[in-house]
Write a protein that binds this ligand. Structure first.
Ligand code: MN
Length: 211
């Protein structure tokens, strides 16, 4: 169940980092409240360092983590996930090139998308609200994506002021496999089938951003 619209200040950090006259990224605040289960999206971002951006809809925004190696479907892989600022819901559809000199400059593709269901519980196994689980530093959920499926957990392993490190790990369940993560340079957009390179080339031809 998607929560209420985000608090007005929820996207302040996101907006402060960007010059919307120079980037085609969404300003946020115009996404209608969607019924049904909350959204997740995984983008691949060829920025100064290549990484995956893992985002879960919570309370009307996309809670976000940068995952350098990307999510893995192998429960043995513990993937570092570093929190980044909350992103607007509209960001789930963003695919294109962020102009040089701008925050996050580089190419973005939507690698996977779908919905998730919270399986968050306290250490007695009692269900707890997902936002509360994140606050406590351990949230589990089931992904129903086009590529990613099954149980995952995000666990905070380090907190040092504003700097946090989390791990994103596949749960050992029926949806387990051992493919790991595809090579980001060869991976294709779930929206358009394009690689990062193709998106970058087409943006060069026809202007930046867009789908
Ligand atoms: Mn990123």
């Amino acid at each position: 169940m998607p929560g209420p619209a985000p608090a007005p200040e929820a996207l302040a950090v996101y907006r402060r980092k960007r010059d919307f006259s120079r980037t085609a990224e969404p300003t946020g605040g115009s996404a209608p409240e969607a019924p049904g289960e909350p959204t997740f999206v995984v983008q691949i971002h060829d920025a100064s360092t290549m990484h995956f951006d893992f985002r879960l809809e919570v309370d009307g925004v996309l809670k976000s983590w940068a995952v350098p190696k990307g999510p893995s479907d192998d429960p043995h892989d513990k993937r570092l996930a570093v929190p980044t600022e909350d992103h607007p819901m509209e960001y789930a559809d963003f695919e294109g090139v962020i102009a040089e000199g701008e925050y996050g400059a580089g190419t973005v593709i939507v690698w996977d998308e779908g919905t998730y269901r919270s399986t968050a519980a306290d250490h007695h196994g009692r269900q707890i609200p997902f936002d509360e689980a994140l606050e406590h530093g351990h949230a589990s959920f089931r992904l129903n994506g086009r590529k990613l499926q099954g149980g995952y957990a995000l666990t905070r392993i380090r907190q040092d002021g504003d700097r946090e490190a989390w791990l994103l790990v596949k749960r050992d369940d029926a949806r387990t496999s051992h493919h790991g993560t595809p090579n980001p340079s060869r991976a294709r957009s779930v929206h358009t089938g394009r690689t990062l390179k193709q998106v970058a080339a087409q943006a060069g031809e026809g202007g930046r951003g867009g789908r």
